[in-house]
Design a protein around this ligand. Structure first.
Ligand SMILES: NC(=O)C1=CN([C@@H]2O[C@H](COP(=O)(O)OP(=O)(O)OC[C@H]3O[C@@H](n4cnc5c(N)ncnc54)[C@H](OP(=O)(O)O)[C@@H]3O)[C@@H](O)[C@H]2O)C=CC1
Ligand SMILES: O=C(O)[C@@H]1CCC=N1
Length: 268
């Protein structure tokens, strides 16, 4: 694609995107410039070949797309600092949870194209589940650039901004819920007598396989569940236990809690 990409804030999410873009060939590490106030983070990105910017201004002057990848509370102040050297020629992509386009456009000034994106860390392995919304100064080309960049590391839906907190609840925070599931299933395997490494491998592959079945067969998850569940068999015994423990309400509540928290962040 030949895009020059920058990251202001080189934390966990910037790392996942940077390494995901490099692996996908959409932007090589050598075409990426980062800035972070922590030397160990700068050293880590430099070890992959990334350039280290001396200032936010230098980063912006050397890229086509700049990711704002700092914590939500820091985004508006950062964009206000960057406003003097932002303009129509550099696409700003914010990945911050709960920070609205209106807040960012107010801070960055008129005419700055800003895309709001909610990614997730599996983009590191080409399995992004994410969404994006366009700002008022974005052209179809800005939307296309963002879609192509993020589409190279997984799937990025375009949604109205009003749905972004819900996206955060399902897929932005979602990997953490599934890591808990994998850890718990592995614990269950250990409880039932399996070595830890085998139990964890089985649990992770089961999650991956079930996800691929949903995506690749297009079948309803309930139909796929029924196909595993023999009358009077082992699976229905386990499914009954999960229902007694309120597993569906627990996951629905988790997604809603994250979405509500994202909404709270938009007000702070
Ligand atoms: N982690 C995830 O799975 C996801 C995160 N996000 C969003 O991504 C953003 C970043 O999250 P995450 O990567 O987890 O956070 P991290 O804390 O890991 O990374 C942020 C980095 O930016 C640095 N930083 C903060 N302010 C500045 C600044 N003004 N200039 C330079 N560097 C700065 C931080 O330094 P210091 O530590 O010293 O503050 C830190 O190293 C958040 O807005 C979050 O909502 C979205 C989806 C998923
Ligand atoms: O926990 C958080 O706030 C960030 C946003 C989505 C995932 N991690």
């Amino acid at each position: 694609m030949g895009l020059r990409v920058g990251f202001v804030g080189a934390g966990q999410m910037a790392e996942a995107l940077c390494r995901g873009f490099d692996a996908a060939g959409v932007a090589k590490c050598v075409d990426m410039t980062i800035i972070d106030r922590n030397q160990p983070r700068r050293d880590l990105f430099a070890s992959w070949g990334c350039k280290i910017g001396a200032s936010n201004e230098e980063v912006v002057k050397n890229v086509d797309v700049v990711f704002i990848s700092v914590k939500p509370y820091a985004v508006a102040d950062l964009l206000r600092e960057m406003a003097p050297f932002l303009g129509p020629n550099v696409l700003v992509v914010s990945i911050a949870a709960g920070v609205t386009l209106a807040t960012m456009e107010d801070a960055a000034g008129a005419g700055v194209p800003i895309m709001r994106v909610m990614p997730n860390t599996p983009c590191l392995v080409g399995c992004l589940a994410g969404a994006m919304s366009k700002g008022t100064s974005c052209t179809p080309e800005h939307v296309d650039t963002t879609a192509r960049l993020l589409g190279a590391v997984g799937k990025c839906h375009e949604v109205p901004e009003s749905k972004m907190d819900a996206v955060t609840g399902v897929s932005g925070s979602g990997p953490a819920y599934i890591y808990q599931v994998i850890e718990a299933m592995a614990d269950g395997g250990v409880l039932a007598g399996l070595p830890r490494a085998v139990a964890q491998d089985l649990a992770a592959r089961t999650v991956m396989g079930a996800a691929k079945m949903v995506l690749e067969t297009g079948k309803h998850p309930g139909e796929l569940k029924d196909a595993v569940t023999s009358p009077g068999g082992t699976t229905i015994a386990a499914v009954h236990h999960l229902e007694k423990c309120g597993v569906r309400a627990a996951f629905q509540g988790a997604v809603k809690a994250a979405a509500d928290r994202a909404h709270e962040l938009s007000k702070s």
